[in-house]
Design a protein around this ligand. Structure first.
Ligand SMILES: *[C@@H]1O[C@H](CO)[C@@H](O)[C@H](O)[C@H]1NC(C)=O
Ligand SMILES: *[C@@H]1O[C@H](CO)[C@@H](O)[C@H](O)[C@H]1NC(C)=O
Ligand SMILES: *[C@@H]1O[C@H](CO)[C@@H](O)[C@H](O)[C@H]1NC(C)=O
Length: 481
């Protein structure tokens, strides 16, 4: 069943980016959110809302025609309803696109000729704004295109998870009582998100929109936008309030175009102090904001905040929470303890999650593995940060008390260097994680593309043959039994 939007309201207002010397028209699009379980609505006109040098595509409407029916936006042939709680989520993350990560696109960072640019925050801070916008615009235009959505569909996948930074959400002082400044970040990604939502509809891909970077940084990782040893998100009630307002804005403006809104990626509950309590209250407030702004249709995703899913027993369960999904991330590479595992031990360890996740889900809320990869080393260049080495070959913290696990050669980079036994293992490791994901509500691989780390790339896995074109294909059936 498909629901056509009954009303569209475009609210446009001029915003001048003084630092860029350009004027932008930010149009906000309002569409009704869909009801529980229904298909996404037909594609909505792309909203032009970017700074002027940006050229989204030759079919992008200008602000003057954004609300008319003459827009050449794609028309989907069919969009199948996704039955959450029944159908299995099979997806990929569109990592490193609307939120930069140095290890996913090292060439972009190298092109700055400045080693101090280690994340999107420093990119905006240390580069001339016009240069930064040019680099970002080229990246937004090219890193993910409509062909990727077609290929994702052709790979039998039904979801993408799209990481987005708060700085890309065009809020005004009408939308929040706290600051709307995004400095030093460079805004402008929002229209690319809207265009991608149209591509998703056209290619029958459901969308999990994920707030991946919050003001102050929720974890200090470069993938939050800002690499810092002192993340400030939870320390400042204004940051948290602004994040709730961002959630509300997204739900109100594009709630009808997405299936799931993930309130925040990987808040660092392990930091202790008041952090876990702030996260807990934020999940509640964010959930309420989505329901108030967009009704019951959209699913709301929260995360375990690195505290383990069992820390969230009884939290946001029915009837306080409805249509809530728990996002659990599975990596086994960020400590010597995990890197010590043999290939087979990695597979067996993945199996141990199966019971705990399904037990949690059984008495709580839907659960997915929203990030996982094929990597069993942390060898991918800059995975731990620009200029930072790997634990695997002991270049991260060299010295007494740290370990050398092996050479990184041919564990990362181009798969032309991967041995056939390594590729066989990658298939097995892919399968076991798919298996444990499908034992609950499903899985979202991290990530669709990476410039030079094929063990992290779903696209390269398909090409290199260790990921099957049909994700129901099994070489190791019953791998955990
Ligand atoms: C935008 O793209 C169109 C079509 O490709 C082109 O004609 C136009 O010159 C471009 N505008 C800018 C500002 O690059
Ligand atoms: C990893 O294995 C080595 C060799 O067996 C051992 O010395 C070391 O303590 C282990 N590291 C951890 C963190 O368990
Ligand atoms: C890495 O792979 C390349 C290409 O197959 C091969 O020539 C090279 O010997 C390998 N290096 C190591 C250390 O295994």
């Amino acid at each position: 069943m498909r629901h056509l939007p009954t009303t569209l309201i475009f609210l446009c207002q001029g915003i001048t980016f003084w630092s860029l010397g350009v004027h932008a028209t930010q149009c906000r699009l309002r569409a009704p959110s869909r009801v529980n379980g229904d298909a996404p609505p037909d594609p909505l006109p792309i909203v032009s809302g970017t700074v002027q040098p940006t050229n989204i595509s030759s079919t992008t409407p200008s602000p003057s025609n954004a609300g008319t029916s003459s827009v050449e936006s794609p028309t989907p042939t069919a969009t199948t309803a996704f039955k959450y709680g029944n159908d299995k989520i099979r997806g990929v993350n569109l990592g490193g696109w609307l939120v930069l990560e140095p290890w996913i696109t090292p060439s972009l960072f190298e092109s700055t000729n400045n080693d101090a640019i280690v994340d999107e925050y420093t990119l905006g801070q240390l580069l001339d704004s016009k240069v930064a916008l040019e680099i970002l615009t080229k990246h937004w235009e090219t890193w993910i295109t409509e062909d990727d959505f077609a290929a994702i569909n052709a790979a039998g996948l039904n979801h993408v998870r799209i990481p987005l930074g708060y700085w890309s959400v065009p809020m005004t002082s009408d939308d929040t009582k706290v600051s709307t400044s995004v400095e030093p970040y460079i805004p402008g990604a929002w229209p690319y998100l809207l265009r991608a939502l149209n591509w998703a509809k056209k290619h029958s891909i459901h969308v999990i929109l994920d707030i991946h970077g919050a003001p102050g940084s929720q974890n200090g990782y470069d993938n939050s936008g800002q690499r810092t040893s002192g993340p400030q998100w939870a320390q400042s009630p204004e940051n948290v309030q602004r994040t709730v307002d961002t959630v509300r804005f997204i739900a109100a403006n594009i709630g009808g175009m997405i299936d799931v809104l993930e309130l925040l990626n990987e808040p660092a509950g392990f930091l202790g102090g008041n952090f876990p309590q702030v996260v807990r209250q934020f999940w509640l407030d964010g959930y309420d904001a989505v329901r108030q702004a967009a009704g019951a249709g959209i699913k709301v995703m929260i995360g375990d905040a690195f505290l383990g899913v069992s820390s969230w027993n009884g939290f946001l369960t029915y009837p306080r929470g409805q249509g809530v999904i728990m996002d659990f991330h599975e990596y086994q590479i960020f400590s010597d303890l995990e890197l010590n595992r043999s290939f087979d031990e990695h597979v067996n360890f993945a199996c141990t999650y199966s019971d705990s996740l399904s037990i949690f889900e059984g008495s709580n809320i839907w659960t997915i593995i929203g990030e996982w990869s094929n990597a069993v080393t942390d060898c991918a260049k800059w995975l731990n940060g620009r200029g930072v080495g790997a634990r695997w070959d002991n270049t991260r913290f060299p010295g007494p008390g740290t370990q050398y696990h092996g050479s990184c050669t041919n564990f990362t980079g181009s798969y032309t260097g991967f041995s056939s036994s390594y590729k066989s293992f990658l298939r097995k490791y892919w399968e076991v994680q798919v298996e444990i994901g499908e034992n609950v509500q499903g899985w979202v691989f991290w990530t669709w593309k990476a410039e030079n780390a094929d063990e992290w790339s779903y696209q390269k896995g398909l090409e290199g043959g260790w990921i099957p074109q049909d994700p129901t294909n099994r070489r190791f059936p019953g791998i955990c039994s």
